[in-house]
Design a protein around this ligand. Structure first.
Ligand SMILES: *Cc1c(COP(=O)(O)O)cnc(C)c1O
Length: 393
């Protein structure tokens, strides 16, 4: 059976060139980077090289990149680290309602257990925060603004430059979760006034369990993992060298192929959106068309459940993801789809198809061919849909 992966926003396969770079660091070059002998020096230079590759992806300096165990740790570190470090100055944090749980849950924890106050900004129907609401939310107690670069469900890219300007004007630190963005679109942290930025390797064809936090020179924050002197005493624990080497390579490839990556995926995405909108009635595209990650497509199909769509697609060999959160054990649809104002029943019928570097034109054709039948079949079993048809006749 055909097997088509359309869930690149959940994770990506490791590219062959990335794996090839990693392998020797499991066996021949297995040293501990802190060791003073040749085994240590060997891996230390690999570590430095990878740090440079990740820095280069976002126009940071090499010594502004700190390796972590992934996007979630970077989010937790940035937010808790700044909160604890600046708690004498203030206890107020501003974020948005559509953040990844790696941001939302550390914010809730700080509210519940450490006396912080968090403002969760609304977003418009495309998923963008409103800059005047951000500025109005700032108080003399605000110490951090944390707004994601691009959303993992609906692909919406935030007005990051403008947010950075507001943060700078009010002398507030600005953190952004760029896990979906860093490696998929151009980012220049200097131009954008970003103080802290979370990134992850497995969303850009590197291995899982490795990521980075960009910390601008001069920004102070408490450490999150305490122990040895690794990562310039800011993130303890023996470095995962094979993963770091792989992440560095993945970042280098992303940087070198950025323009063609964006052009190719945007073309495939447009074809997919047009093909579906032409062939399936009662459908809407969620998120922004203009400010959107190249590989993200998110639809809502009225009258049916996302879970049903996923199951039927899976039987056709297509792996995708839905905005209805039954998978996570809750009956509520995703907080992101709720925040852009979708009614419950429409949010439940959502489908995310995220494409990437191994997606082909034939894959897109296959989805456009199969999806209308899937939706029709599910609707033919939906009392809501049958009522709608009856009303019309
Ligand atoms: C995947 C993702 C994360 C989590 O990153 P991990 O490396 O899987 O911990 C955080 N934020 C966003 C926006 C993501 O898409």
């Amino acid at each position: 059976m055909k097997k088509i992966y359309m869930d690149y926003s959940a994770t990506t396969p490791v590219k062959k060139e990335v794996l090839d770079e990693m392998i020797p660091y499991f066996t021949e070059h297995f040293g501990n980077a802190s060791s003073a002998h040749s085994y240590g020096r060997e891996v230390k230079s690999a570590l430095t090289k990878a740090r440079g590759q990740v820095a280069n992806l976002i126009n940071a300096k090499e010594n502004e990149i700190y390796f972590t165990a992934g996007g979630t740790e970077s989010d937790n570190w940035a937010i808790q680290g700044v909160a604890f470090s600046l708690k004498e100055k203030g206890n107020h944090i501003i974020t948005s309602k559509i953040e990844h749980h790696g941001v939302l849950h550390i914010c809730e924890y700080l509210e519940k257990h450490h006396g912080f106050e968090v403002t969760y900004l609304d977003v418009d129907s495309e998923g963008r925060i409103k800059l005047d609401e951000l500025e109005n939310a700032v108080t003399d107690k605000t110490i951090l603004i944390t707004i994601m670069f691009a959303n993992n469900e609906i692909g919406t890219i935030q007005p990051i430059k403008e947010i950075g300007e507001i943060a700078k004007k009010h002398n507030i630190l600005f953190h952004t979760d760029a896990v979906q963005a860093a490696g998929n679109i151009d980012i220049d942290v200097k131009e954008l006034n970003i103080d802290l930025m979370s990134m992850s390797s497995h969303k850009i064809y590197g291995p899982k369990g490795i990521g980075a936090l960009y910390i601008k020179t001069g920004v102070k924050l408490h450490s999150f993992i305490h122990g040895g002197a690794q990562e310039r005493r800011r993130r303890a624990g023996t470095e995962n060298i094979p993963a770091i080497v792989g992440y560095g390579k993945a970042a280098e490839i992303a940087k070198n192929t950025m323009d063609e990556h964006i052009e190719r995926l945007t073309k495939l995405r447009t074809k997919l959106i047009e093909g579906i909108m032409e062939n399936i009635p009662y459908t809407r595209v969620n998120g922004s068309i203009e400010n959107r990650l190249p590989g993200n497509v998110n639809f809502s199909f009225e009258f049916i459940e996302g879970e049903g769509i996923l199951l039927m697609l899976d039987m056709l060999g297509i792996s995708a993801s839905s905005g209805s959160a039954c998978t996570s054990g809750s009956l509520d649809p995703s907080h992101v789809l709720m925040a852009i104002g979708l009614p419950h029943e429409i949010a439940h019928g959502s489908l995310r198809l995220s494409i990437g570097d191994f997606t082909t034109e034939e894959d897109i054709d296959y989805i456009i061919e199969k999806l209308p039948g899937v939706i029709e079949k599910l609707r033919s079993m939906s009392p809501l849909y049958l009522n709608k048809i009856k009303e019309q006749n």
